[in-house]
Design a protein around this ligand. Structure first.
Ligand code: S3P
Length: 440
């Protein structure tokens, strides 16, 4: 919805059941965003298959259309982008509205810092509260003119026509969005742009730039590129999103008698924290039919029910599973013993404060969940039924839906409209796999 105001959508999930069969969840959100961005500034026509037709990625697509890029689709996941080259974007007639999508706003802030025109970016109520200084500050160091509100939140106003300069930036937090934003600004910079990350984060931008024929160097935790090159159009096959698969990995693990195959899932090593963590908890996940598709590793994931046990989640897995903690908290609630998460303060600045929203819901469902500044302590127990609120956060909504597989009564989840930002068709697909979910 253009205003960012959503009508309430409620899920009701009856308790019990199991997840079985074969499913393919929608395309990877991170890769879909990047396919539009890089396709738009490439020379030539880029064809994308498996594109995620969800609100977040459609916001990115509309933003580039508003800047004069001709894009066909999405039609059954197929998108055709007529690239305008690095310097071919046109000034948009009005502010770019980016909905709920932090990825769109943060990556675009880098890409747009190097343009000749002014641009303003806005978002919905959730995005309007999210921290943007993390990109604005380093972009200013590169010479960008970029303004936020006093508290560092959107709207963002970029004044164009600045000469961007390369720099070496040591990121204070592990963020693929910040890294990608600076690399995209670096395409327009004089000289070399390097970003050092405190821990590995998803590297789709680097891989895709190389797929567009743009040279990117990596040396340990530092990634560099030189400004002033050109991107050559390419074909992109977007794998199924491991972040959307995570709900099913958890659901099939906690629900007795489950045996589910998730097809064609992206298993980039910077994204597989959820597999590593579930396995450490005793999860039964097999990686089958591994292959490489368009520079990204892909596989089918078979997951079967397992007796999970609580663990101390290794902090090196945190950035590799950063979007999967809402569902992992459900796994922890069903595990024997205590699960402790630390080093995950970033969860407090996602689409919602995910530590608080998950702790609130788990407590309502009878689980002893104690939020901490940078994580959570969860004692496994028995999930009761109850009424929870997703606070408009897609991943909170889908995580509590899966909790019903092990609950003793029905779970009602309010404020689920934003599931459409990342996972259109979630209700149908999860129902087909065995979740007893209904939504009016
Ligand atoms: C993303 C990076 C992560 C992740 C987000 C998508 C990306 O954010 O949470 O959903 O596509 O680069 P951070 O970079 O803020 O950790």
């Amino acid at each position: 919805m253009a205003s960012g105001e959503q009508e309430d959508i409620t899920y009701t999930v009856q308790p019990g059941g199991s997840l079985n069969g074969r499913v393919r969840v929608p395309g990877d959100k991170s890769i879909s965003h990047r396919s539009i961005m890089l396709g738009a500034i490439a020379d030539g026509v880029t064809e994308v298959d498996g594109f995620l037709t969800a609100e977040d990625c459609l916001c990115t697509m509309e933003a580039f259309r508003a800047m004069g890029v001709s894009i066909d689709g999405p039609t059954n996941g197929r998108v055709v982008i007529r690239g305008v080259g690095l310097h071919g974007l046109k000034p948009p007639q009005k502010p770019l509205y980016l909905g709920n999508s932090g990825t769109s706003m943060r990556l675009l802030s880098g890409l747009l810092s190097g343009q000749a025109f002014n641009v303003e970016m806005t978002g919905d109520a959730s995005l309007s509260k999210r921290p943007m200084k993390r990109v604005a500050q380093p972009l200013r160091l590169m010479g960008a003119d970029i303004a936020t509100t006093e508290t560092g939140t959107p709207p963002l106003r970029i004044t164009g026509g600045r000469q961007i300069r390369g720099m070496h930036y040591k990121m204070p937090m592990a963020s693929a969005q910040v890294k990608s934003s600076l690399l995209l600004a670096g395409l327009y910079a004089k000289g070399k742009t390097c970003v050092t990350e405190p821990a590995p984060t998803r590297d789709h931008t680097e891989r895709m730039l190389q797929g567009f024929g743009y040279s990117v160097e990596r040396d340990g935790s530092t990634v560099c590129l030189n400004g002033g090159g050109a991107l050559r159009a390419t074909k992109i096959d977007v794998p199924a999103d491991i972040s959307s698969s995570a709900f099913f990995l958890v659901g099939a693990s906690i629900a007795p008698n489950s045996d589910l195959v998730l097809e064609h899932v992206g298993i980039n090593p910077t994204r597989i924290g959820v597999i590593n963590i579930l396995r450490a908890m005793g999860g039964d996940i097999t990686i089958q039919n591994e292959r490489t598709v368009g520079g990204e590793p892909v596989a089918d994931l078979r997951v079967r029910s397992a007796e999970l046990r609580g663990i101390d989640i290794p902090t090196d897995q945190v950035p590799l599973a950063i979007d999967e903690f809402p569902s992992l908290f459900i796994a922890a609630a069903c595990a024997k013993g205590t699960t402790v998460l630390t080093g995950a303060e970033e969860l407090r600045v996602k689409e919602s404060d995910r530590i608080q929203s998950m702790a609130d819901g788990l407590l309502k469902l009878g689980i002893d969940a104690r939020p901490t500044a940078d994580g959570m302590v969860i004692n496994g127990g028995t999930l009761t039924g109850g009424v929870v609120n997703s606070v408009g956060d897609h991943r909170i909504a889908m995580s509590f839906a899966m909790a019903a597989l092990r609950a003793s009564g029905p779970i009602t989840i309010h404020d689920c409209a934003n599931v459409n930002t990342s996972f259109p068709g979630f209700v149908d697909l999860s129902h087909r796999a065995g979740l007893r979910i209904t939504s009016p």
